[in-house]
Design a protein around this ligand. Structure first.
Ligand SMILES: O=C(O)CCC(=O)C(=O)O
Ligand SMILES: [Fe+2]
Length: 350
């Protein structure tokens, strides 16, 4: 047993409402229980596409350090470009990875403003074209999965159109990450424990096993009891909540999909964004390519009526029926807070 595997094919291809609702229900239950699932996209993208992207990424990461530094984010807008091995810090510890970040292009770029520069592309032939094709596909996939989620939450067509208007010009991020083996004496992780802060992450990773781990709180872990991939332990950095780390190895034809903190706000905590980390100790160089499908820069994210309807139909687990009300945020402001924090020595993962 592992995290649920959901095929997006039937949702894409069928006009039968019961088929579409079945996929939507699977996604809803995965979001309620885990915040993470495998999305089989083989009906949508040929596996050779992301494989080619990892080959291109490897040719970049194998360049001399000074070549890679030519597209350094430090000399750009502090967000777009290349970050050296250990430059990113999570929970106060250097991450043992290097990477390149790209964001949605902006009008009137100005690299003196955080986040507001231009993307810096490696000059490797076909690199930009192939990645831009992938970005186009992942953006469209984001809208498809959002529609399925709206259906899963029982949103009316009008409510869906309103939500769609908050994500139809996604301020997406794509990250290309290279992980050398984690030295046994490294004080930290390949990528420290964090929650994704946005909307939906679609992670393609090369076939390396035993790298990505997902933290399942005790209740969720019990649902998929019997899993052989349970490691153990509690994340001390997260207040010691009881649960288990499970490994989420790549599955051919699938991306790993998880929900970010904006979904916590939209659902007022009904869906939780789940802690995850990377510990890559095998001897190879691992490459992963997360695509973050995020809300529009100026989207005002606040709890959705559909989630409130589901919550009010459930018996309250909190004394006196009190529930925490999530505070609305404007996505772009929230993001700038993250990026400015990175610049101050924090992390995009904090
Ligand atoms: O490389 C991975 O498997 C995960 C990376 C990740 O969680 C992130 O960049 O947010
Ligand atoms: Fe992540």
């Amino acid at each position: 047993m592992s995290l649920p595997i959901i095929d997006i094919g039937p949702f894409l291809k069928s006009s039968d409402p019961s088929v579409r609702e079945a996929t939507a229900a699977e996604i809803h239950s995965a979001c309620l229980n885990y915040g993470f699932f495998y999305l089989n996209i083989s009906a949508y993208a040929d596996p050779s596409e992301p494989e080619e992207l990892t080959t291109l990424a490897r040719s970049f990461f194998s360049l001399a350090q000074e070549e890679k530094d030519k597209i350094s984010l430090g000399s750009n807008d502090k967000a777009r470009g290349y970050a050296r091995l250990k430059e990113n810090v999570t929970n106060g510890k250097a991450d043992n990875h290097e990477g390149i970040d790209f964001y949605r292009p902006v009008e009137n770029p100005d690299k003196s403003k955080p986040l507001w520069g231009e993307n810096l592309w490696p000059t490797i032939p076909a690199f930009k074209e192939k990645y831009e094709q992938w970005i186009g596909k992942m953006k469209a996939l984001g809208l498809i999965v959002m529609e399925a989620m709206a259906l899963g939450l029982g949103m009316t067509p009008d409510e869906w159109q309103q939500l769609r208007g908050q994500v139809d010009d996604s301020f997406w991020v794509m990250r290309i990450i290279g992980y050398p083996p984690l030295p046994t004496d490294h004080d930290g992780f390949s990528c420290g424990a964090h929650r994704d802060y946005g909307c939906l992450t679609f992670l393609y990773a090369d076939p390396t096993p035993n790298a990505l781990q997902v933290f399942l709180p005790k209740r969720a872990a019990e649902i998929i009891n019997g899993t052989s991939s349970i490691t153990n332990g509690l994340p001390s950095e997260e207040g010691g909540e009881e649960g288990v780390w499970i490994t989420a190895d790549p599955i051919p034809g699938c991306v790993v999909c998880n929900i970010g903190e904006m979904w916590e706000i939209w659902t007022n905590g009904l869906y939780r964004s789940t802690l995850h980390r990377v510990i890559h100790r095998s001897s190879n160089y691992r490459v992963s390519i997360p695509f973050f499908f995020e809300p529009n820069f100026d989207a005002n994210i606040s709890p959705l009526a559909a989630a409130a309807r589901i919550k009010s139909a459930q018996p309250s687990t909190v004394p006196n029926g009190e529930t925490k009300e999530y505070k609305p945020v404007v996505y772009g402001k929230f993001l700038l807070g993250k990026v400015t924090n990175n610049f101050a020595g924090g992390s995009k993962y904090d």
